[in-house]
Design a protein. Structure first.
Length: 97
């Protein structure tokens, strides 16, 4: 079968490319924002909380902007297990909007 893409790995590579392009460090703490269809990407990143704890330790917040989350159905599936793993990986101040 085909292996699913790893969203966090892809995001980390994009951040590395930005660091390289800017020639300097990025902030140590992250706030992730998914606008419209970008919310699907945030869902994929959230689902990797169990396996990407080191990444989530650097994230302060996740913001869904105009994501269509009120549409009936399972557009952004994040299981209870994924949310529990996320809760264990992030700090007390972490928020999802």
């Amino acid at each position: 079968g085909v292996e699913a893409p790893r969203a966090v790995l892809h995001l980390e590579r994009l951040l590395d490319a930005v660091r390289s392009e800017l020639g300097g460090d990025l902030p140590a703490r992250l706030t992730l924002v998914g606008f419209s269809k970008g919310a699907v990407v945030l869902g994929a990143v959230l689902r990797e909380a169990r396996t990407e704890v080191a990444f989530w330790e650097k994230v302060d917040a996740v913001h869904f902007v105009d994501a269509g989350l009120t549409v009936p159905g399972n557009l952004f599936p994040v299981s209870a297990e994924d949310l529990q793993a996320l809760k264990g990986a992030v700090g007390e101040e972490f928020v999802i909007w």
